[in-house]
Structures are given as structure tokens and as C-alpha cells.
Design a protein around this ligand. Structure first.
Ligand SMILES: [Zn+2]
Length: 83
């Protein structure tokens, strides 16, 4: 396996990209670590993404995943499309 598991940290701070295991934990983190930053997005790695913008690499992977699925290929990134 590679990289960090999204299952252990499905929520991510949009400001510093730190992962957390609950939405509440992200909000607490944002209040504590980024009190001066307005509109910090909470990224939800499971199905849908909340926030002002997307992580670029996720967007690239989502595009690749949609192409793979359109061609009938298996993709491990289907979760990026909410599948
Ligand atoms: Zn943060």
C-alpha cells in the first residue's frame, strides 16, 4: 500500500491539508490553528468535497477515473466521483 489511508482520516483541512477522522475534529482544528483564515474548506475524502476549491491532484485523478470508467476499466479512484 502507499500514501496515507483516507479511511483513517476522511476529513481534511482545506488550509494545511491535514487529515482528521471527523468533521468536528477539522472544525476544532481550524478554530485552533487557523483562526485568522476565513472560509477554510473542509474536504471530505469519501464522496463529496466541501470547500472553495479542490485539491488539484484529486481533480486530476477524478478526471482520470471518469475516463477509466467510461472505457469500462477498473479504477481505484471511483470514490473521487462519488461512486
Ligand atoms: Zn489546518
Amino acid at each position: 500500500m502507499s500514501k496515507k489511508s483516507h479511511k483513517s482520516a476522511p476529513f481534511m483541512c482545506g488550509q494545511c491539508k491535514h487529515g482528521f477522522n471527523s468533521e468536528r475534529a477539522v472544525k476544532d482544528h481550524i478554530n485552533g490553528s487557523h483562526p485568522t483564515v476565513r472560509g477554510v474548506g473542509i474536504f471530505r475524502c469519501i464522496s463529496k468535497v466541501d470547500g472553495p476549491d479542490y485539491e488539484e491532484s484529486y481533480a486530476d485523478r477524478a478526471i482520470a477515473a471518469s475516463l477509466a470508467m467510461a472505457m469500462g476499466d477498473h479504477t481505484d479512484d471511483a470514490w473521487l466521483l462519488g461512486e
